[in-house]
Design a protein around this ligand. Sequence first.
Ligand code: S3P
Length: 444
Amino acid sequence: MHRTDVVKVFPQPGLPSLTMRVPGDKSISHRAAILGAMAAGETVLEGYLNSADCLATLKALSQLGVKIERQGERVRIASSGVAGWQEPDDILDLGNSGTGLRLLAAAVCRVPGVSILTGDASLRRRPMGRIVRPLQDMGAKISGRRQGELAPLVVDGNGASLRGREFKLAVASAQVKTALLLAGLSADGWTVVEEPALSRDHTERLFRYLGVEMRQEAGRGRVAVAGGQRLRSFHLRIPGDISSAAFFLSAYAPVPGAEIVVEKVGVNPTRTGILQVLQRMGARVEVANLVEEGGEPRADIRLVGGNLKATEIGGAEIPLLIDELPVLSVVATQARGVTVIKDAAELRVKESDRIEVLADCLGRLGVKVEKTPDGLIIPGPQRIRSGEVDSRGDHRIAMAMATAALWAEGPVSIEGAGWVDTSYPGFFSTLARVTRVEQEERRA
Ligand code: S3P
């Protein structure tokens, strides 16, 4: 798809039963590619997410001299280890990907020469000081626009050495945590990261799978990694992305009796907040055929829709469903009572200011919501009118609005629909299995 494509999604009041799969997990794909490239030897990944974000990470790694071969969802990475990475001969462009940029900025801290990392207009607006300052503290020579707050970032690895440090993060962020742990691998001494609440722990699980020396207290957002470690190469099958499954599970949740099964999805407890919330609101959720591979659990998720009631989402639950808040806001419009989303100021620094953009998009469909500094207040149930919305370059807004269209009074046109390729290529073809989806002429 082209990013500016406009897609018209038609309502489908009686959703047909659906069994489906989703592409590989975005967070795990990024981490597995970067850790595979930092390891010496040959790493093979299966189920790799072929989305714009994860392909940008592979391209940047090949610019650093790592050999990458991709056949569909199978990626083969041959590397002599991070110590063999070369100075890139051009800027590393991570596109729309905060994970790619933040993780790689940390991984290149000791690569001889200068690495320059940037991204698209959205990524160049997102906060980078949260990784730049602590990396500087460890001894990295990293800087960026506006005193290190914004990309492009410049990393000078010539003669750089890193010291392990102890960090207390102001916000629970798996990207910041991972960046510091990656830098910690090649630092002197231990690097400790403490978060105010537990965020997704894919890095910690991969570290454990690879036998990295680390310490972690169960259920607590505190993790330590020993410095001076070499990684071993590995084989990993990546589970389906629950954040992609979220759009379809949410679509079925407010339709009483409607049934959906999403197979082979990652159900890491630091990612399944959405299942708890949909259940609390009145959907029936079952997890079956649980298996674990590479430290990550995956399972089939079955959901049967119900008459939903409103809920409150906040506190330590937020990092467990941060990427699902756009679609959960849309679900809330169909629930009886007032849903409150709070403690989610991070929504303002995602691919778009998701609080503003959600309120605007829902408003265009006749839905009234109240914006707060750290969330949204959504009364329900409300009717969703036919209309036109703009994703504003945010993949999850485009998919959340496509979900809303299913229960609307008439079709919803989504401008900038092609941005779904950031995380979920094929989203609209799967959606077309349950409703009418028309691609309209591309707008300039
Ligand atoms: C991610 C962490 C989250 C999430 C993002 C992916 C990751 O961001 O929103 O989509 O892969 O670590 P933050 O770390 O900024 O919370």
